[in-house]
Design a protein around this ligand. Structure first.
Ligand SMILES: [Zn+2]
Length: 323
């Protein structure tokens, strides 16, 4: 009697475990090290050595129009690169892309502004990566004849399985530039023909955030200095790429609300805080100085959160994820 009870318990336990095993998506398996590398601006490479995911990759860093409402960045002495206006053709720095972007499987784009999207057509053509973004972003890709097989159009709310990782697309908000005066409901239209001007590459098209589940990690990536609190409430990422430039201060309790909504993540990496009109070799000291108040805000809101200030292209390996 006891023997058969034990046997049926074992059988039930096996069934439960098998079911639980089946429920675990491949993207939730732990094991391999996930490494992040900052590409400058809001750009990141996230990789396990096999699958390479880029977010807002922008390495051209042209001397282009600056965000409205802020004190304009001064041009670095000796910077002889071309000066771009809105009506100029958006020309990626192919040499910079060759140097800094070797491969990519997926490119995630938060919104269609030139400091997020300018390099993406060239990267998509070079790497054959799948570009995931808004209708606006995908229309920019179509202008450059990126094949439809490489395009996944999203609006926010999707939660997609890709095998190596899964991706929750989150409706978000653009940075409140120009002392909250910035607003755009424009999107890039269909049937544009490359080459596009900077203006054609800059109709916001709505803004997204992304939650990547990758080898047991949950990485939440923002492309700017805002979020919709109710869209992120209850997420529990261990890593958050948080927009950290000055326009965050236009928001009420930006870091406090964010840290509480996300249940105090283990690691914050500030993003989109550098002067993206300057070349990689230029000093970013003024931006690093300005960043200190952001670090203090995170520490005050979430004392146990580690903040790592990334350096261009330096690997930030994540500790092995807990089961
Ligand atoms: Zn933007």
């Amino acid at each position: 009697m006891l023997k058969s009870a034990l046997a049926s318990f074992a059988l039930i336990a096996t069934v439960i475990c098998t079911l639980a095993g089946q429920k675990q998506a491949s993207s939730e398996k732990t094991g391999q090290t996930v490494t992040l590398r900052w590409l400058g601006t809001a750009g990141w490479e996230i990789s396990d050595g096999t699958t390479v995911i880029l977010i807002d990759p922008y390495v051209s860093r042209i001397w282009g129009p600056q965000p409205p409402g802020r004190t304009p960045y001064a041009r670095t002495t000796g910077d002889t690169r071309p000066v771009y206006g809105w009506e100029d053709v958006a020309t990626p720095d192919v040499a910079a892309i060759e140097a800094h972007v070797q491969r990519a499987d997926y490119v995630l784009v938060t919104h269609t502004h030139y400091d997020h999207v300018l390099d993406v057509p060239q990267i998509a053509l070079k790497t054959h990566a799948t570009v995931i973004g808004t209708e606006s972003t995908e229309n920019v890709m179509r202008a450059y004849k990126i094949p439809d097989e490489q395009l996944i159009t999203v609006r926010g709310g999707e939660d997609y399985e890709f095998g190596a990782f899964s991706l929750k697309v989150i409706p978000s908000l653009h940075s409140p530039l120009d002392h909250k005066r910035y607003f755009s409901s424009e999107k890039a239209p269909e049937n544009m023909k490359a080459p596009l001007t900077l203006r054609q590459m800059h109709p916001e098209g709505g803004t997204l955030a992304f939650l990547l589940r990758f080898h047991g990690h949950q990485i939440l990536a923002f492309g700017g200095m805002n979020y919709i609190e109710r869209e992120i409430e209850g997420l529990e990422p261990d890593v958050v790429l948080v927009g950290a430039a000055g326009s965050r201060k236009e928001n009420y309790d930006y870091c406090g609300r964010l840290m509480r909504a996300l249940h105090f993540p283990a690691l914050v990496l500030p993003t989109h805080w550098d002067n993206f009109t300057a070349p990689f070799e230029a000093s970013q000291q003024a931006s690093i100085d300005a960043l200190q108040s952001f670090i203090e805000e995170i520490k005050a809101a979430s004392p146990r959160t580690q903040v790592i200030v990334p350096k261009y292209f330096e690997a930030v390996p994540l500790a092995a994820a807990k089961h």
